[in-house]
Design a binder for this molecule. Structure first.
Ligand code: ADP
Length: 274
């Protein structure tokens, strides 16, 4: 086996053991290097993303000092500091979530996860943001469904989808969270009537830190990590995540997970508004 780069020293060491083993080691080593490169890239991205809110908070605190005699200005700067520190804590929380999902730790032992509760918590998490834009979040579909996995991770995934639906919707619109069971799988769809995603961007939105034209929605204070968390949760649970979107019309994100049946209890159809 003649190999280049990372393979070279592995080849020299183990060549006598046979080319198949060498190839396996070469592949392993290449994979290790790729993982290492991804990690380095991630750390660089995180550091870069942390700089923005940290820098803003620093500048704003200087501004507060300088505007000490102008209570209105102090209030304005303090509010912006609050927004930036919220963004900072969201970023830190999502980085922790993502590194846990990508880490080598064994996953939590899977347990039955009741989707009704997951959806209730996910909707609650966005309730304040939704109310401030007079957006109603409606849930419909099959009740009583269960999947097998981590309650915390599945809730985080659905909560991210609901939070995005609210963040990228105009005021006075509706967000729908619908559940359905087909062929051994459960589908959770989050449907919005929001700004939508341009066709050319749709393949990239699941990448870490990728945001569609950040200037378009700077006010949402997003991190670009939410959908990579959803993608990881889907993958680790043997499911997937799909998206349909049309600019100016809205988006539908559908998370599919293997269904976990219990005692043959059938779901029932419902519609509720929060
Ligand atoms: P962010 O924290 O920026 O929302 P995400 O990873 O959750 O990061 O989403 C990546 C990008 O995909 C967002 O910045 C946004 O441009 C786009 N996006 C996600 N969900 C929606 C949605 N429901 N409607 C329109 N655009 C969306």
């Amino acid at each position: 086996v003649r190999a280049v780069g990372p393979a070279r020293h592995v080849t020299a060491r183990v060549a006598p053991l046979g080319s198949r083993l060498v190839l396996a080691l070469v592949e392993d080593r290449t994979r290790e290097r790729r993982v290492e490169a991804v990690r380095r890239d991630f750390v660089a991205n995180v550091s870069h993303e942390l700089k923005t809110p940290v820098g803003a908070i620093r500048l704003l605190s200087e501004a507060v000092h300088e505007a000490a005699d102008d209570p209105e200005a102090v209030k304005r700067f303090a509010n912006r500091m609050l927004t930036e520190s919220d963004r900072l804590s969201r970023l830190v929380q999502q980085v922790i979530e993502l590194s846990r999902l990508q880490g080598d730790d064994p996953p939590d032992s899977p347990a039955p996860v009741p989707l009704d509760h997951v959806i209730e918590v996910a909707i609650d998490t966005s309730a304040i943001d939704a109310a401030s834009k007079r957006i109603s979040i409606v849930s419909s579909g099959t009740r009583g469904l269960q999947v097998l996995g981590s309650d915390e991770q599945i809730t985080a995934a659905v909560a991210n989808l609901v939070a995005n639906a609210v963040a990228y919707s105009e005021p006075d619109s509706t967000v729908l969270v619908a559940t359905k069971q087909t062929d051994g799988v459960v589908e959770i769809s989050v449907v919005d009537q929001g700004i939508g995603i341009p066709n050319r961007e749709i393949d990239r939105i699941f990448e870490r830190f990728y945001r569609v034209d950040p200037a378009r929605h700077r006010s949402t204070g997003g991190t670009g990590l939410g959908l990579s968390i959803v993608k990881h949760v889907a993958a680790t649970h043997g499911g997937d995540i799909r998206v349909w979107s049309a600019e100016g019309q809205g988006s539908t994100f559908t998370l599919t997970l293997p269904h976990h049946s219990f005692n043959g209890i059938a779901g029932r159809t419902y519609q509720e508004e929060s």
